[in-house]
Write a protein that binds this ligand. Structure first.
Ligand code: GDP
Ligand code: GDP
Length: 467
């Protein structure tokens, strides 16, 4: 089966209009199906070659005013929890309203995949609203006209890669990638595994941490120590077969889910394929994680493989913490630490400011500091800067160092907003975005990092033309 898309948003933005368009008018009313409440309509949708289930939160119009907020919240939350992907719709002509912001907040907390649509997007009356939509922090808005059928190709473009991903997950019976195994569920039969992704973000969901690094860096030893039980096997032999994939625990009061990349190595039947496999397995763990701990062996730090995976974590937009393990057997600790920091700056400039923590997985030394560094990195990764603050800041930056003027025409930077978090992503509306040199973007990114205290986290900056 494919995926489920929920259309959410306040009343009258055009949800049902889109629902009808996707489902086809004849099939639109299917609310007597078992399991579907009267508040939620469900239908089979087609868009290009995509087939999926669509849910519409249509019952909202009936709500009277006092109960609207509560009902809206409950209904939205239910739809979000039922769906793989949420399409959050606003009315571009009305712009972003306070109610829209409440929705955005729910979705940011609760849904792993949100597509933002600015509907009623036909005509110039919608221009301002489409730009405003960026400030919801949910990424690039699709300019849609459900009534006129415009923008559906953009919707298709955003859905396609997600649909592919869900299809792959559903097909695959390989539990080492898709499935998390809770400690208390360890004995479950493979067939019982829910193939749906475990990424969805809910208020009390544990922080997802991947521990990556070369074979023998001490990943399993570290995870054992954190879990506090001998759940995983460790040994001097690289690539031991392990079954546990992700483990959930409370780490000093923080609910976490830790991905053991070593556990993903069980596919490695041939020893000499190990190096290569552990990189691609690490890669998968990185995709599932929020925070990536790059675990180095103090004796052989910053090997090619370590650098590759750290770079990958940055490119995937994860919060990164570097931990140097086996610190218990280092003699010249002071000098070694200095060397490590130098090497870090030189070899991984893209992770400037990311924490580097020395630990001993074996003795448990340094684990509290690692825990705290992870929390801080996670916090920075989730940071939001208000649009007002950003634009004041931007004005100062422009004054200090005006943007270039290719062919005598100065590029104008008009407006800036944070379009997303996890990691922080910013959008600048400007004239001639294509002519903006990378050096100027870097100037802004470095400034953001310093002035809003976002060390170590990947920061994305997009230049956009208006209109
Ligand atoms: P819902 O309450 O979110 O389900 O909104 P509806 O689908 O019932 O639409 C509310 C109103 O907006 C209706 O009058 C629609 O005809 C109108 N509408 C929906 N989509 C568009 C659009 O793309 N452009 C314009 N101009 N009106 C639209
Ligand atoms: P993995 O392949 O990354 O999971 O590494 P393991 O956890 O299996 O550890 C590989 C070897 O390094 C084992 O022999 C561990 O006992 C040893 N080791 C792990 N952490 C430490 C540490 O902090 N200090 C020392 N001295 N040895 C460690």
């Amino acid at each position: 089966m494919s995926f489920t898309l929920a259309i959410v948003g306040r009343p009258n933005v055009g949800k049902s209009t889109l629902f009808n368009r996707l489902v086809g008018k004849k099939l639109a009313l299917v609310d007597d199906q078992p399991g579907v409440t009267r508040d939620l309509r469900e239908g089979e949708a087609r868009l290009g070659d995509l087939r999926f289930t669509v849910i519409d939160t249509a019952g909202l119009e009936d709500a009277n005013d006092d109960s609207l907020q509560g009902r809206m919240r409950r209904l939205t939350e239910r739809a979000v929890d039922m769906a793989d992907i949420c399409l959050f719709m606003i009315d571009a002509r009305a712009g972003v309203t306070p109610t829209d912001m409440i929705f955005a907040e729910i979705l940011r907390k609760r849904s792993a995949h949100v597509i933002l649509a600015a509907n009623k997007g036909e005509g110039a009356a919608a221009d301002a609203g489409v730009i405003e939509a960026w400030s919801l922090g949910l990424g690039e808005p699709i300019r849609l006209s459900a009534e006129h059928g415009e923008g559906l190709n953009d919707l298709y473009t955003q859905l396609m890669p997600l649909a592919d991903e869900f299809a792959k997950r559903a097909e695959s019976h390989a539990p080492e990638v898709e499935v998390d195994i809770d400690l208390d569920e360890e004995d479950e039969d493979e067939d019982n595994f829910d193939a749906r992704p475990s990424l969805s973000i809910s208020p009390n969901k544990p922080m997802q941490i991947a521990v990556v690094g070369r074979p023998n860096a001490g990943k399993s030893t570290l995870i054992n120590k954190i879990i506090g039980e001998d759940r995983l096997l460790t040994g001097p032999e690289a690539g031991i077969t392990r079954d546990a994939i992700s483990l959930r625990t409370d780490w000093s009061g923080t609910p976490v889910r830790i991905f053991d990349t070593a556990g993903m190595r069980k596919k490695a039947k041939v020893q000499d394929k190990l190096e290569k496999l552990s990189v691609s397995d690490g890669l998968r763990a990185v995709k599932f994680a929020e925070v990536v701990v790059v675990l180095l062996d103090a004796a052989i730090p910053f090997e090619q493989q370590d650098l590759r995976i750290a770079d990958l974590a940055e490119r995937e937009g994860r919060a990164v913490v570097v931990a140097v393990n086996k610190w218990d057997i280092e003699d010249e600790k002071q000098q070694k630490l200095k060397d490590l920091k130098e090497a870090f700056e030189r070899l991984l400039p893209q992770l400037r400011g990311a924490p580097l923590i020395t630990v001993s997985a074996k003795t448990g030394r340094g684990l509290e500091r690692l825990h705290d560094a992870i929390l801080r990195a996670y916090d920075v990764w989730n940071r939001r800067v208000s649009t007002a603050q950003l634009n004041r800041w931007l004005a100062g930056m422009l004054e200090q160092h005006p943007p270039p003027a290719p062919q005598g025409k100065r590029i104008k930077l008009r407006y800036m907003t944070q379009a997303k978090t996890r990691p922080p992503g910013f959008v600048v509306m400007c004239s001639h975005p294509d002519k903006m040199p990378d050096s100027y973007s870097r100037y802004l990114v470095n400034g953001l990092r310093e002035d809003f205290e976002m060390p170590g986290t990947p920061i994305r900056l997009t230049m956009r033309g208006q209109g």
